[in-house]
Design a protein around this ligand. Structure first.
Ligand code: MG
Length: 215
């Protein structure tokens, strides 16, 4: 028997689920994945026992809703062989036999959701946890003001964008004609135009931050 992998505990809202609509109820999961979340989960399964645990997890219907949400999004990224990203194609190929691609893709998605990812109802003894509402304790106590003003990553003032383009918001980007057209093409597969604009804005910020750090 192979050795048990270390537990990676992933929070759901704000980490896996983009949570742009805010709380709508324990079994309501309206938003698309945070960009890169599905790829991260699937790749992480090779090295970690991935547990998705959220404050939703022990509310009625929530674990089933999270599972169905993940299943739906995993199925959507493999409409046919050519459009399936490499990281997911490789995973599907591990269990694929000779069925039509959509069936193989669905089979792999079911395996990930119901046989590989864990959905505990209590906080697992994790090797490491990823959460949007936590501070890594490093031996120094944070100030209470710092804590009282805590914001998750998607609510922080985007100082880099502010410096580059003052007042620019995801809504502004969504109003730009050329950007809007590109978004609509992309949003067909990835969620609403506003959500994609929001993701694009975050990407711009991160790029500006990296540039700022490098300078
Ligand atoms: Mg969260």
């Amino acid at each position: 028997m192979s050795e048990r992998k270390p537990i990676l505990c992933l929070d759901f809202d704000g980490v896996v689920h983009s949570y742009t609509s805010g709380w709508k109820g324990a079994a309501e999961i309206p938003d698309p994945p945070v960009p890169g979340a599905l790829e991260f989960i699937v790749r992480a399964l090779d090295r970690f026992e991935v547990h998705i645990f959220s404050s939703r997890s022990n509310l009625p219907g929530a674990r089933r809703a999270m599972q169905e949400w993940l299943l739906r999004h995993l199925c959507e990224i493999a409409p046919d062989y050519d459009q399936t990203p490499d990281w997911w194609r490789d995973r599907i190929a591990r269990t694929a036999f000779a069925d039509p691609w959509p069936d193989e893709a669905k089979h792999a998605a079911y395996r990930v959701v119901y046989a590989e990812v864990f959905w505990p109802s209590e906080k697992p003894p994790a090797f490491v946890t990823i959460d949007d509402r936590a501070i890594q304790f490093n031996g120094t106590w944070p100030s209470l003001n710092e804590l009282a003003n805590f914001k998750p990553w998607y609510k922080r003032e985007n100082t880099a964008t502010e410096a580059a383009a003052p007042g620019l918001t995801a809504r502004d980007l969504a109003r730009d004609q050329a950007f809007q057209e590109a978004l609509e093409r992309y949003a067909k597969d990835h969620g609403s135009a506003e959500t994609v604009a929001w993701c694009a804005l975050r990407a711009i910020e991160r790029a500006a931050q990296r540039k700022g750090q490098a300078a």
